[in-house]
Design a protein around this ligand. Structure first.
Ligand code: 4H4
Length: 224
């Protein structure tokens, strides 16, 4: 999987490129992240990529030309890349969508700032808008990193021995509870079944706990 990221703040992505699951996936050559500084595609000496909104109003809007030129440059290398704009108006990022996206060869992520991008980019250059939640954050960079992490976890081999099959939502259920040493602390004990060494009983207890947790915290998932 190759991620191309169009952003005004490429250095933000060093956080996931250097540590953790995504960094390990990069080291294993299972994925790559290429950031593109949008200002390099500005057509003025001040490197501006935004302008005042037609019709007035607060804030600035990201212009078509630099974004379109950057996408076209990426498409020279990856003509079939799926171009995703991170926006509160997008399709909600779920486990299912992350799994679907993980099967692609190339994804281009457009990170919005200010009030967002000129609508003509959304109409003509974007394949899909994706939202990480019903709130507005200052830039699409954090949303892109969330998407990259969630998608990367679904790429075979990225997680190594800890598979993502038990991730919450993998089977439309929340994850079972986890415990580790010591087996008693402040008089709080680990459930006996987990100390029994009886794997069949442990597995059925974990399945039962996933259903109980889902019923308690996310009943809506049980309707699906
Ligand atoms: C993009 C703000 C689009 C407003 C942005 C719009 C999210 C989110 C986000 C920086 C940028 C914001 N991205 N999930 N939530 N005019 N991005 O808040 O379309 O409403 O992914 S707009």
């Amino acid at each position: 999987m190759r991620f191309d990221v169009i952003t005004l703040f490429p250095e933000m992505f060093s956080a996931i490129k250097s540590e953790g699951v995504v960094a390990r996936g990069i080291k294993k050559s299972l994925l790559s992240i290429n950031t593109w500084q949008l200002r390099d595609f500005s057509n003025n000496k001040y490197k501006n990529v935004d302008d005042k909104p037609y019709g007035g109003g607060a804030g600035m809007v990201m212009q078509v030309r630099p974004i379109r030129d950057c996408i076209n440059k990426i498409k020279q290398k990856k003509p079939k890349t799926k171009v995703i704009y991170l926006s509160p108006q997008g399709k909600k990022l779920t486990h299912k969508l992350a799994k679907e996206l993980s099967e692609l060869d190339s994804i281009t992520l457009l990170c919005g700032r200010y009030e967002g991008v000129d609508e003509r980019i959304i109409e003509h250059d974007i394949d899909m808008e994706v939202s990480i939640g019903d709130y507005v954050i200052s830039g699409g960079e954090l949303a892109s990193m969330v998407l990259i992490d969630a998608v990367s976890r679904q790429i075979p081999g990225v997680l190594g021995n800890t598979d993502s099959l038990n991730d919450s939502f993998a089977n439309n259920l929340l994850d079972y509870p986890h415990y580790t040493r010591p087996d008693t602390i402040d008089n709080q004990k680990v459930p006996e079944v987990l100390l029994s060494g009886h794997q069949a009983n442990i597995d059925s207890w974990r399945s039962e706990q996933s259903i109980i947790k889902t019923r308690e915290k996310r009943k809506d998932l049980l309707q699906k």
